[in-house]
Design a protein around this ligand. Structure first.
Ligand code: PMM
Length: 326
């Protein structure tokens, strides 16, 4: 007798990496026949992954322009570090950091997202031209955020989050991480919809590294289809994955003596995760280094195309022609 293992809520059988169709982009954002690439500009002196590198308006704008030229579909601008143990900064300082950078990039025609937990900062960022609010707290840090996003009618990233960075590591306790993350995200989705956010504008994010141990991150990465449907049979939400330069990659790549690989040495591993997540149906990968990730999402799309019913579909690569010998 056939086992039900691998059967999905929508009746499709598990087909490995290419099992699930990818939901389209929310209105107002780039839509491609592949996973998108979000390039990161942290306008902070102390972010875990690139702190200090782009601290300053001119340096940050130049970096954002460079990321877009390298193939970023969206540039994510943040002014507050969320590295484990980080303390919060004042809202006016956050605004001072991100406001001119967002304005400069938006004026250049680049799709910009603002990475903030504060409604006040999000409001100014939207006025400056941001098209997406990326809230790592999923609306929990600021009770005004959902209403602001609802009134603005812009896409909203709702990330799984259990509390501020200064003590998030002690919250990394799960009996079944995928089920619990889906359940907690479901509560946030219901709450923001109740505040008026259009479900069609919601993007989900499992919150890799936020109150997660390495094993939690890996479990979530291999269950993106469950995250996308919040472990139920409802419609799929687009899923954003932020694995880039996170500690779990540095730990995976530790030297034989146990020395954790520095974050800048995990860019190749980030590309591998991007390829796997994109092949698994992720909508967007948030990364610090764009070029190889832009290649990876195209490889993944070719993989998905070949694995889909009918197979052998060409990836949407400019200049590619079906039947061209390789
Ligand atoms: N991670 C960081 C910051 N913002 N936003 C989303 N949506 N998802 C993430 O995983 C995420 C994020 C922390 O990374 P960084 O400070 O090294 O950029």
């Amino acid at each position: 007798m056939r086992s039900d293992a691998g059967a999905h809520a929508d009746g499709t059988e598990g087909r490995g990496l290419a099992a699930q169709p990818r939901p389209p982009s929310p209105a107002g954002l780039p839509d491609q026949d592949r996973c998108l690439v979000m390039g990161v500009v942290n306008v902070t002196p102390d972010s875990f992954s690139d702190g200090g590198e782009w601290f300053g308006t001119d340096a940050a704008i130049s970096r954002g322009l460079e990321l877009a030229a390298q193939g970023a579909d969206i540039v994510d601008v943040g002014g507050e570090s969320t590295r484990p143990g980080a303390q919060r900064i004042a809202a006016d300082e956050e605004l001072r950091r991100v406001g001119p950078v967002i304005a400069g990039l938006a004026q250049a025609g680049i799709p910009v997202s603002v990475d903030t937990m504060r409604a006040e900062v999000a409001g100014y960022a939207l006025q400056a031209g941001a098209r997406l609010v990326n809230d790592v707290s999923g609306g929990l840090a600021d009770p005004h955020m959902s209403r602001l996003v609802a009134a603005a009618g812009v896409p909203y990233v709702v990330m799984h989050w259990r509390g501020q960075s200064h003590d998030m590591d002690r919250r990394a306790v799960y009996a079944d991480v995928v089920a619990e993350v889906c359940r907690e995200l479901r509560k946030r989705v219901d709450a923001v919809i109740a505040e008026g956010v259009d479900p069609a504008l919601i993007v989900l994010d499992p919150g890799l590294g936020f109150a997660k141990l390495p094993e939690h991150n890996w479990s979530l990465l291999t269950a993106l289809d469950r995250v996308s449907r919040l472990d139920g049979a409802g419609p799929a939400f687009p899923v954003l994955v932020g694995a880039s330069r996170k500690r779990f990659l540095g730990r995976l790549l530790a030297a034989p003596d146990g020395t954790v690989r520095p974050f800048s040495g995990s860019d190749d591993a980030t590309v591998a995760v991007t390829a796997l997540a994109a092949a698994g149906g992720a909508w967007c990968a948030r990364v610090h280094q764009v070029p190889a990730n832009a290649d990876a999402v195209r490889v993944a799309e070719a993989w998905r195309g070949a694995a889909s019913p009918g197979g052998q579909r060409e990836a949407a690569v400019p200049g590619s022609a079906s039947g061209t010998p390789r």
